[in-house]
Design a protein around this ligand. Structure first.
Ligand SMILES: [Zn+2]
Length: 249
């Protein structure tokens, strides 16, 4: 007897750049049968959006990089998890991010005024080099092009999805590492800059078979999102859910 794989989906909480007040900070949750399994990034407002959708704390997290619009809510998550008495929450973090992540969110003295708590007690830290196993699935990570080398990572589940994190175009990864069935969630604004992808980059850098699978996020405002959509691309909106391919294995 074969068991049908749980239906996978990815829900965006925020889709904006720089923690845009209306679009929210870019973050998304991998769902199985509609249940939250893995939150990708935790910027300002992500916890509130997550709670609006699921009425719980995240059961596990992956962090793409250490800009505050991707990690700012981690401190309050640490406190809430402590007060709720939850078991340490698995947090998958690319190895090279650890010094910066620790310095930015975990060094404040006396995380809780009442004492008896520090940041990492709420989490089960799992450093990641090339890949990690999560609920029976292999997730690979790739360093992307966002500020210093090795400071920002994409997340990839073969034949299911690719989540770029913040990055310039990465054709060397998308053209050579994907299996063919992935939905590709990709950083993209209207105008390119040294740290992010822009609309004109896409057709220059990517083959048509990649372009048709893109879902764009991390844009400046809703007008920019509309312009990307008018250019023919699928654009993620806050709280939108995308079905992912679940392969029989
Ligand atoms: Zn960033």
């Amino acid at each position: 007897m074969t068991t049908k794989p749980a239906e996978l989906s990815l829900r965006f909480h925020g889709t904006g750049s720089g923690g845009h007040p209306a679009l929210g900070a870019a973050a998304a949750t991998l769902e199985k049968a509609g249940n939250p399994r893995l939150l990708i990034d935790c910027g300002p407002g992500t916890l509130a959006a997550f709670n609006d959708s699921y009425e719980q704390l995240p059961p596990a997290l992956f962090i793409t990089h250490c800009h505050m619009d991707h990690i700012a809510d981690l401190e309050i998550l640490s406190v809430r998890a402590h007060l709720a008495g939850t078991a340490p929450i698995p947090m998958y973090v690319p190895l090279t991010l650890l010094p910066t992540l620790h310095q930015r969110v975990a060094t404040y003295p006396g995380t809780l005024a009442e004492g008896g708590h520090d940041f990492w007690r709420s989490f089960q830290l799992i450093p990641v080099t090339d890949e990690f196993l999560f609920e029976g699935q292999i997730f690979r990570i790739y360093p992307t092009r966002h500020h210093a080398p090795g400071s920002s990572y994409a997340l990839h589940a073969a034949n299911q999805f690719f989540y770029s994190g913040d990055t310039r175009p990465i054709p060397e990864i998308l053209h050579h590492r994907l299996q063919g069935g992935e939905v590709i969630f990709h950083d993209c604004g209207l105008t390119p800059n040294p740290s992010h992808t822009g609309l004109d980059d896409l057709t220059r850098e990517y083959q048509p078979g990649i372009l048709s699978r893109l879902v764009l996020y991390h844009y400046a405002n809703s007008d920019a999102g509309d312009a990307l959509a008018n250019a023919g691309y699928t654009v993620a909106r806050p709280n939108q859910v995308f079905a992912l391919k679940a392969l029989d294995r």
